[in-house]
Design a protein around this ligand. Structure first.
Ligand code: HEM
Length: 437
């Protein structure tokens, strides 16, 4: 989407940045048929996510995603259903719970290293964004379904991506109903049929086995889970919605974070040197294991700083249930309130030299003195991203594996084009050369 600002046409990200500089921390923007209130100050983030959270829910703003992509999955469910599902799934995603997936993350990382050794030997240029999307899709599909074959990974990835792009199209413009046989509708319906059929087949295959033979993946855990009060298992359609939700929420965001981390390292050679020095000191050339992560704090600081400057979800929205006030502005019942990790995390009153990529901001001392809501790449309050530990573990491991073995360089003259396309995105991709260290 393009926006007119004075005499210029701007993308959404830049447009909102201009409005913030001009109007301050809270302002209204007319977007299509709706007027949204943007709130950039950390106090407003706290207000919406924590102290006044019962007034901010996921209502009409999420209808297209609900209808075309996620059904009743955790990202969009509300009320008692959300509470029950969140309680049920929380144990899978605790720092301890996600350790169960470290080995498969390392195995897929190792496969990527082998692939990159071939690319480095040829001196070829690769699009890092595609490389990262494949590896994170493969990890989440294995974590969910124990899917092993590359064809089934690519098939599922392609189909869910078609559904995502269709659902985003429905959010920005009025479209024809899906039964009208346009090319776009046909592609969407075919992709949805494939995804739903694949998940139902997987469920049926498990039901045909005894429970003790089920692989230990997220689908088995969802199928074994019982509601605390009724003792009932999840319905088949809810299993399907939660599976699509996990795939949707659980790979592209981490792929983007890894892509942006490799961009930031190439653009900041001093940081890259410090990172490699840590990896060489802690590992001495041997392959990283999950137990090594404690000895690699700077590697995690690079991930956290990447999520500050380039949060994969630069905006998220809540719908006001009743009237309220935020930062001196009236909020009407039903109004959309947009929060922005991208801009709050660059707020000059809370971040010194905010445009500098500086992982040293993430020492314990610095973290403890900061406003607790100045950083919200995973949202906050009870609806904080359930996958944050999964994603931090995955990024920590992948970055350690890749930076230990390779130097990735930008093409001379490359200028990143930051855009909003559902998630934060590099409009011109990230072509890089890979050199083995
Ligand atoms: C760097 C990676 C990630 C980022 C930046 C991220 C960011 C976010 C954000 C901002 C939200 C709140 C969205 C909203 O309220 O509108 C969210 C929710 C969610 N995320 Fe993530 N996420 C990441 C990785 C993951 C992973 C790996 C998973 C699953 C394995 C996941 C699963 C979810 C789910 C299920 C929710 C909904 C939680 C709820 O409402 O209870 N995310 N994420």
């Amino acid at each position: 989407m393009q926006f007119i600002y004075g005499a210029r046409t701007l993308g959404f990200l830049e447009y909102v940045g201009r409005l913030w500089r001009e109007h301050g921390d809270v302002f209204r923007v007319k977007l299509g048929p709706r007027t949204l209130l943007f709130a950039m100050h950390p106090d407003a983030v706290e207000h919406v996510n924590v102290s006044h959270r019962s007034n901010y829910d996921k209502l009409r703003s999420y209808d297209p995603v609900r209808k075309y992509l996620l059904g009743d999955g955790l990202v969009v469910s509300t009320g008692e259903l959300w509470k029950r599902q969140r309680r049920l799934m929380a144990p899978f995603y605790t720092p301890k719970g996600v350790q169960a997936y470290a080995e498969l993350m390392l195995r897929d990382g190792q496969r990527l290293i082998e692939r990159w050794e071939g690319i480095a030997a040829k001196g070829a240029v690769v699009d890092i964004s595609e490389e990262m999307t494949f590896v994170t899709a493969s990890i989440i599909l294995k974590a969910m379904f124990s899917t092993e074959t590359i064809d089934s990974i690519n098939e599922m990835k392609g189909a869910v991506e078609t559904m995502i792009s269709f659902a985003s199209g429905q959010m920005t413009a009025v479209q024809l109903p899906t039964w009208v046989p346009t090319e776009k509708n046909r592609r969407y319906v075919a992709a949805r049929t494939l995804v739903h059929r694949s998940i139902r087949t997987l469920i049926a295959q498990r039901r045909a086995m005894t429970e003790s033979e089920w692989p230990d993946d997220l689908l088995s855990r969802l199928m074994k889970a019982r509601d605390e009060e009724s003792g009932q298992p999840m319905s088949e359609s809810l299993l399907q919605d939660e599976s699509i939700t996990t795939f949707f929420a659980g790979h592209e965001t981490t792929a983007r974070t890894m892509t942006f981390a490799l961009y930031a390292l190439a653009a900041n050679p001093t940081v890259a040197e410090k990172l490699r020095a840590e990896l060489d000191r802690a590992l001495g050339g041997r392959a990283v294991t999950v137990d090594d992560l404690r000895q690699l704090p700077y590697t995690l600081q690079v991930v956290k700083e990447t999520l500050r400057m380039y949060p994969a979800a630069p905006f998220y929205i809540r719908d006001a249930v009743g009237a309220d006030r935020i930062g001196g502005f009236d909020v009407e019942a039903g109004a959309g309130v947009m929060l922005s990790p991208y801009y709050t995390q660059r707020h000059p009153a809370f971040w010194e030299n905010p445009s500098l990529f500086d992982p040293d901001r993430w020492t314990k001392d610095q973290e403890s003195t900061r406003h607790p809501h100045a950083y919200h790449p995973f949202a906050g309050g009870p609806r904080i991203c359930i996958g944050n530990n999964f994603s931090l573990l995955e990024s920590h491991l992948l970055l350690a594996l890749l930076a230990q073995r390779f130097v990735t360089k930008l093409r001379p003259g490359y200028v990143p084009q930051w855009e909003m396309q559902g998630t934060l995105h590099l409009g011109n991709g990230l072509p890089m050369t890979i050199t083995a260290r």
